[in-house]
Design a protein around this ligand. Sequence first.
Ligand SMILES: NC(=O)c1ccc[n+]([C@@H]2O[C@H](COP(=O)([O-])OP(=O)(O)OC[C@H]3O[C@@H](n4cnc5c(N)ncnc54)[C@H](O)[C@@H]3O)[C@@H](O)[C@H]2O)c1
Ligand SMILES: [Zn+2]
Length: 369
Amino acid sequence: MNTIRVNLSKNAYPVIIGANLLVQAGARIRREGIVQKNALVVSQKEVSSLYEKTLLESFKKEGIDASIFLTPPAKSSEAAKSKDVFWKLIERMAALDGKNKSLFLVALGGGVIGDLTGFAASVYRRGVPYIQIPTTLTAQVDSAIGGKTAIDLPEGKNLLGSIYQPRIVLSDTNTLKSLPEKRFSEGFAEVIKYGVIEDGSLFSTLEKSGKAKIVQHPKLLEEVIARCVKIKARVVSLDELDQKNIRIVLNFGHTAGHALEAASSFSHAYTHGEAVAIGMLVACDISTRLGLLKDPSLSARLETLLIKFGLPVFYKNIETRLILEAMGYDKKSEAGKNRFVLPIRLGKTQIVRDIPQEIITESLLKRKR
Ligand SMILES: NC(=O)c1ccc[n+]([C@@H]2O[C@H](COP(=O)([O-])OP(=O)(O)OC[C@H]3O[C@@H](n4cnc5c(N)ncnc54)[C@H](O)[C@@H]3O)[C@@H](O)[C@H]2O)c1
Ligand SMILES: [Zn+2]
């Protein structure tokens, strides 16, 4: 088991990573000083059907009364970050809270559930406690830590949100065993990202072990997650409110990645992690063209590593023009307003603004098949 503290001046909290943590959830919540009696566990059917029972038993032992709020079935998981689901959740919270005002929320699921739950917790009665129990690799290494919460609006993703820290993050690595393969691989895009931006030795560990070995060795998986969490926790502690241009480093691969995700959103061709995988290669190429990344082997190593973890390294059937448009390059926008996190060597990045569009286009085209 690994415990990493997110060191914040006011709202510090632990992230605990280990196998079989669900059974200890109730006791750990109490140990963190959460005294509230009524838990509302927010989850999705795929997750709650597997893990709810164990979690509720651990709550019962501590005298915590728990109810479940399941997001309605939908074609995409992201649909749970809608105003309708959010409002249903708020109504349920108000009904449960009643006179005793002893409510806290528990997010049991991936980033979608974490974002929805965190946002509801942040605004109901101007803030009630919540805990994160992330069950996807993406959520365990990224979204459950740092307190960014949000729901989507028809006008765009994550438009209504807040920064509101959980009281504790419990990452039970056993829950990852039930993740569909594609979802598991997708999470490794973020893991590899941490390797490139800050931790060359994590990158080498991933190169040496590959996905199969990590899956077969739970301790190794736990160690890999903990190393990612350490980086995220440190970055968040330096820039909790995302106002100092420090958290931005976590966006490596995300400028082109988000644009590719948006350009392919209609066909759902790429998941977030898959788009980030390609976005990281685009960033490496831009960096090489700008003369910032002098080590030519990094792009090749990154490409090999992504393939090893089942991630795509080329995009297909998407017009490059649409990706550029998603980045803001259309007839109306001013040219040259962009911001990329570029690697300058393994473990070190630089933020670069206003990169000429031709360079971005060339680097994108290199990744088109
Ligand atoms: N707050 C942040 O800092 C932050 C950072 C990154 C991403 N995000 C958000 O996270 C969301 C994506 O999260 P995600 O990638 O975790 O996907 P997700 O939450 O949509 O989960 C993916 C699917 O896997 C299922 N699932 C989850 N855990 C499972 C398990 N253990 N076994 C079987 N099935 C399981 C879910 O029910 C869902 O259908 C996006 O909305 C994104 O905006 C937030
Ligand atoms: Zn991401």
